[in-house]
Unconditional design. Structure first.
Lengths: 141, 141
DNA sequence: TACAGCGATGAATGTGCCTTCTTGTGTGTT
DNA sequence: AACACACAAGAAGGCACATTCATCGCTGTA
């Protein structure tokens, strides 16, 4: 088989000479979904690091009840938040960051700081790109 | 209209009492896509911080020619990488991290370190979750 | 003239996330 | 009886991302 471009090692765990990037990608995929970062930051800023379902729903504008449930489940599955159900009627459910979740706040804060410092520049570059090479515009020398 | 659950402030920029999270989400959405993190880390580890298209294609197993192009475009649009075309035949195109892109390496390294330290625990929690509350399993006693 | 080489782009398909609407649970209230 | 509450989970649809296949650009070479 003359595979000119098919010489892939088929070893996705061996990217960039390190095993980490695969895991980093998984983390970014989860934390990079539409609502996770809001939930994490909201819980971090809640008093006592705790909040109940309905509080989170009010805190995060635009999130639907369903997406709140699903996103909380995913974060719980990763061990970043803990769920506590109180046997009351009507039900009360509280969420909080686990120690694992809190430990993630540090690197996340690094990203937040970077965005605070550089996001304006990113938007400018985007605008320039969209005005030039981005769209199909000719540049008049 | 009796909107029982429709009392959304419709101000998505005002999440968590800060304006940052919206931008952080945009960054995470971009960097959290399937290939961006690999490209950034690969470029960071390339000699001289530069690599040409075909090198990146070999370095990152599994990526298709098209996704490499698209992901590079997006990162270029955000100002994280720079593209240089050499007027040769066959064409040669080299990519490198901009200073903006390099400045992002610091917070990203924070995430990489966190993953290195905690990913094993995350996988364990996931396994436990999938074995218990995650799937539809009953717990005996 | 046919092909190799590198990079980019287009079309068509598939997959998964996100959204919206709806239903369910159990008790206390009207 | 009918409804409210707070939380959860199902079904159905849309849309954005990802994949695969195909083609184009230009030149030197067999």
């Amino acid at each position: 088989m003359g595979n000119a471009r098919r010489d892939k090692p088929a070893d996705p765990a061996f990217v960039c000479g390190h095993k980490d990037p695969m895991a980093v990608r998984e983390l970014l995929t989860r934390v990079g979904d539409k609502w996770s970062i809001f939930l994490i930051l909201s819980l971090a800023r809640s008093l006592g690091g705790r909040a109940r379902f309905s509080e989170l729903e009010k805190t995060i504008p635009g999130i639907s009840q369903r997406m709140l449930t699903l996103t909380l489940r995913n974060l719980e599955r990763d061990g970043l938040i803990a769920r506590e159900v109180f046997p009351e009627i009507p039900p009360r459910v509280e969420y909080e960051l686990t120690s694992l979740g809190k430990s993630l706040l540090d690197p996340l804060q690094g990203l937040v700081d970077w965005v605070t410092a550089n996001w304006e520049q990113v938007k400018e570059v985007q605008s320039g790109f969209d005005a030039g090479r981005g769209s199909k515009r000719k540049i008049n020398s």
